[in-house]
Design a binder for this molecule. Structure first.
Ligand code: HEM
Length: 526
């Protein structure tokens, strides 16, 4: 084989020689082959056609959500214990066991609604997706910066996203459409109170929190499970922007957050987060006024104190945007031994959706790409499909790409400690809301905990945007906010010219069942 780098080039120029993908040296990259200097061109011009047709295919579909993002690499370092208590009491996941143990990771921060080149100063949740390359294979923790979500059942995801995405006719994000949907979705109130506060525009990716949001499980060596929620706390503190601050930033730069992250890492100022978990015994917890599997709720920190399980340090930038950002693929189904799913009705839908979209967006062999491949050994019987890049080792007999076999091939692994044994579940097959919806209490508490300037900013943002919706939607939004907190409802109502008396008569939505407490509040609103 000819070493292209050793092809003759201009004297004193030791740069590698340009070739095409077949390894042919490119002698002229400025002029296509033509009959005479002025053309016409010829069709057998392989080098030209290869170059143009590859260019024609340079883009893959952008992510249907979270299209714009920034990726960095680093490590997770475990504490191994909190106080005197070893983490092994709760999970046998190897990355958490020893103090000081490091696991390589990749992280992708993102905005949700805008396209690949949209503003990073938009009011939007921020994606916070971490891929841990553990010795037991990959673990993805795919979360956001706000801790809760708009909906609690995955079947509503396309609708909530359609309402937030541009109008299918005008292609503008229309507040009237957003609040039309939200006014019929009481479980969204907690998320809305967060999103329209300054927290809805993080100052940059380095100074924001991250949350797993959905409820997962930790399982220990005895097979005992606990419910778990994850929190990332930035050591640099949390900084947010008002609408006015954001307008100035995006007037000059649509990608300020990616730039800030990239430049900080290049300067050697490595961003850092602490990973905390909240734990609960694995049952329904009837004593709580919310359902622990409801992703529109947070778990009160006084009852479920966060415990520090490690820290994340980001110390390396991508070497190529396309291979390590466009093609990185995270999913909620990507768990390792000692970590498990819960019955959270969002989590199950998410777990189907991520790998489904990635097979379409990147291709069926997306897990063979270096950024997605685990550092742990891989030996599957999967073969073929577009862009198959490697053939896994298939054991002692290369003809056996199936299992079981008595003539070689791969064998099943031994369970680490116990057979897979989940809880026994009985119940009718049905379509029902969870019984403890409690859509308003935590939204109201969130408003009460804000500093006065944050409350003012929230009210201002809600009034400005809800004011663009039709009157019935405005009234319903005031009705919801009055149920969250009297003052919040009154202030939003005042801004819209709607009083408690104007909305008191509204019946609950057909899609909701108010609790006795909520009915009492409704009778007294305003
Ligand atoms: C990305 C679906 C809820 C966080 C995505 C993508 C899909 C999706 C299809 C694009 C993935 C890709 O192209 O690689 C869903 C569905 C949900 C849901 C069906 C609800 C049923 C959530 C929630 C969160 C979240 C609750 C936060 C806790 C993210 C993040 C990304 C993402 C961070 C970007 C991952 C990356 O950076 O590549 N989601 N999602 N999603 N989603 Fe969700």
């Amino acid at each position: 084989m000819t070493d292209v780098a050793s092809q003759p080039s201009a004297p004193g120029d030791d740069r590698p020689v340009l070739t095409n993908r077949q390894g042919h040296p490119v002698y002229d990259n400025q002029n296509q082959r033509t009959v005479g200097a002025r053309g016409p061109a010829t069709l057998e011009n392989y080098q030209f056609l290869e170059k143009i047709s590859h260019f024609d295919r340079e883009r893959i579909p952008e992510r249907v959500v979270h299209a714009r993002g920034a990726v960095a690499f680093g490590y997770f370092e475990a504490t191994g214990q909190w106080g005197d208590e070893p983490i092994s009491r709760y999970t046998r996941a190897k990355l958490f066991q020893e103090a000081g143990k490091r696991t390589d990771l990749a992280i992708r921060f993102s905005t949700v609604i805008g396209g690949r080149d949209s503003s990073e100063a938009a009011r939007d949740p921020r994606g916070f997706a971490v891929k841990f390359y553990t010795e037991d294979g990959n673990w993805d923790l795919v979360g956001n910066n706000l801790g809760v979500f708009f909906i609690r059942d995955a079947i509503k995801f396309p609708d909530v996203i359609h309402s937030l995405k541009p109008d299918p006719v005008t292609f503008r994000q229309e507040p009237g459409r957003i609040f039309d949907f939200m006014s019929q979705t009481p479980e969204a109130m907690h998320m809305l109170v967060n999103l329209f506060s300054p927290r809805g525009i993080p100052a940059n990716y380095r100074t924001q929190q991250g949350f797993g949001v959905n409820t997962y499980k930790w399982v220990n060596a005895e097979g005992v499970s606990h419910l778990v929620k994850y929190h990332w706390i930035p050591t640099a503190g949390v900084k947010s922007l008002t609408e006015a601050d954001a307008a100035v930033i995006q007037g000059g730069d649509l990608g300020h957050a990616s730039k800030d992250l990239y430049e900080a890492i290049e300067r050697g100022e490595y961003p850092e987060w602490e990973l905390q978990v909240q734990l609960m015994t694995d049952d329904e917890h009837p004593e709580l006024d919310f359902d622990p599997l409801d992703d529109t709720k947070v778990w009160p920190e006084n009852e479920f104190p966060p415990k520090v399980v490690g820290r994340m340090v980001l110390n390396r930038n991508v070497s190529n945007h396309f291979t390590e950002n466009e093609q990185i693929a995270f999913g909620t189904g990507v768990l390792v031994d000692g970590l498990d799913f819960s019955d959270d009705k969002m989590l199950v839908g998410r777990t189907f959706s991520y790998s489904d979209t990635q097979r379409y967006r990147v291709g069926p062999n997306y897990l063979q790409l270096p950024v997605n491949a685990p550092q742990a050994p891989v030996a599957t019987n999967q073969q073929g499909g577009q862009m198959q890049y490697r053939v896994d080792p298939v054991g002692t007999n290369p003809h056996v790409n199936y299992e079981p076999s008595i003539t070689g091939g791969l064998r099943e692994a031994q369970y680490p400690t116990h057979d897979e044994q989940g809880p026994e579940i009985t119940g009718r097959l049905t379509r029902k809301r969870i019984p403890r919806t409690n859509d308003y209490t935590q939204a109201g508490q969130r408003y009460q905990l804000m500093e006065p300037w944050e409350q003012d900013d929230l009210v201002h943002n809600l009034v400005t945007l809800i004011g663009q919706a039709v009157r019935e939607v405005q009234e319903r939004m005031v009705w919801h906010f009055l149920l969250c907190d009297d003052e919040l409802g009154a202030r939003v109502g005042e801004g819209l010219g709607i009083s408690a008396d104007d909305v008191r008569h509204l019946p609950p939505l057909a899609s909701q069942t108010l609790s006795d407490d909520e009915l009492a509040r409704l009778a007294n609103i305003g």
